[in-house]
Ligand binder design. Structure first.
Ligand SMILES: Cc1ncc(COP(=O)(O)O)c(C=O)c1O
Length: 391
């Protein structure tokens, strides 16, 4: 009856069962998996955000595959403020970055062709790819303390088979918080050109770098060497995932780029999924981003600094974070990371994601969201440190 793309079993794992049980008995869980910004106590300019939706221009239906020019110009303006020149005609609006991935998989890959994804990384890849009938192959990010994470290029070469179509980069990556470096872009470009692959670059956390670093690639929207698709959207830039606006910026050698844009036009025209009120609101919304981003950056940086001090001299190691909304703790390996996560929830009401949730290739890691309010973050993390120092 059903397609074989759906290959998941819906049984809850032990951690999910324990969360349900804790909630049933009314426990107050200190949740360090919380990464929904709209629940993290930030001060949104609610009136301005909502009034931007009530524009009379939104009463006209103007179906355009790339999206309304007012919104695309606003997106180009956002990049111009960051020092990048983007032609609005090279932008396609989508309802989200997730939808942008699905458009790009439709554009680039046949059934069971493959795309390369970083490991560790974002858990949704498995679903986004499988629902398009695309296979995933992993390349590794390698951690060297205290330098941070780097692409393991041997693993990239190993993962490229004859059916490979694209290499995905997430910068900064979720959850490692590592930005792609200019040197790495050069090597990826060379590989993509030689092997006929596209680069797909997810920059949703791109505005959340903690320190300046000249070795970093701030954005690949002007990457002309290989066919490149950069994705981002308001779910992180404005911390408004519920408004559903993302985009793809296409760049690369002109002929290839223009053909890709034309093909994306047809894919986007088939769905026309971004609502008119959201597109008309985009220019006003994007102007509101700085104070919101400052609040988020201050919260994340404050939590990270506190964690750094706490980790000094403890058996837990805080891995280097360059940006984004997460921190990674490496735990002693006498318990598995699942057992650590279960013990912490069971005994201390502290919830954090075990590394396997983000496909870490070895044990034992815990991932903490940096978004919770300082008092919740510190209390939960203190319980984690106390438990781990005791066990
Ligand atoms: C790396 C990364 N890309 C994309 C998304 C999803 O963004 P959107 O809400 O635009 O689909 C997330 C959400 O957490 C993410 O972490």
């Amino acid at each position: 009856m059903f397609s074989s793309r759906y290959k998941w079993n819906l049984e809850s794992n032990q951690l999910a069962l324990l969360i349900d049980e804790k909630r049933r008995v009314g426990a107050r869980i200190l949740d360090l998996t919380e990464s929904n910004p709209t629940r993290a106590g930030f001060d949104y300019p609610t009136k301005e955000i909502l009034s931007a939706l009530a524009q009379s221009a939104a009463m006209l239906y103007e179906p355009t595959p790339r999206g309304l020019i007012v919104a695309r110009e606003a997106v180009a303006g956002y990049y111009a403020e960051r020092g990048f020149s983007v032609d609005p005609e090279h932008i396609h609006l989508t309802a989200s970055t997730s939808e942008a991935y699905s458009y790009l998989f439709k554009l680039l890959a046949d059934q069971h062709q493959s795309v390369l994804v970083p490991q560790p990384s974002y858990p949704l890849f498995e679903f986004l790819a499988a629902l398009e009938g695309v296979d995933l192959r992993h390349y590794e990010l390698n951690y060297v303390h205290p330098l941070g994470w780097r692409i393991d290029f041997d693993s990239v070469e190993r993962a490229i088979t004859s059916d490979a179509r694209a290499i995905i980069v997430v910068s900064p990556n979720n959850p490692t918080g590592s930005f792609i470096k200019l040197r790495e872009v050069e090597r990826l470009n060379a590989i993509c050109v030689e092997r006929g692959l596209a680069l797909i670059v997810d920059e949703v956390f791109g505005d959340y770098g903690f320190d300046a670093d000249v070795s970093r690639a701030a954005s690949l929207v002007s990457n002309d060497a290989a066919l490149t698709f950069v994705m981002s959207g308001l779910s992180k830039i404005l911390a408004l995932p519920q408004m559903k606006l993302g985009w793809i910026v296409t760049s690369g050698p002109a002929g290839l780029r223009d053909e890709a844009i034309e093909r994306l036009d047809l894919i986007a025209d088939t769905f026309l999924s971004v609502g008119a009120p959201v597109q008309h609101a985009a220019p006003a919304w994007l102007r509101l981003r700085r104070p919101l981003q400052d609040q988020i950056l201050n919260r994340a940086r404050g939590n990270l600094n506190w964690l750094e001090q706490k980790a000094e001299g403890s058996p837990l190691r805080l891995l280097r974070v360059e940006g984004g909304w997460y921190a990674t703790l490496e735990l002693p390996r006498h318990l598995s990371e699942e057992d650590w996560a279960l013990t912490l929830l069971e005994r201390d009401d502290a919830l954090a994601h075990p590394g396997y949730f983000f496909d870490f290739s070895r044990e034992a890691f815990l991932i903490l969201s940096l978004l919770p309010r300082a008092e919740i973050f510190r209390e939960a993390a203190s319980r984690i440190f106390a438990r781990i120092e005791r066990v």
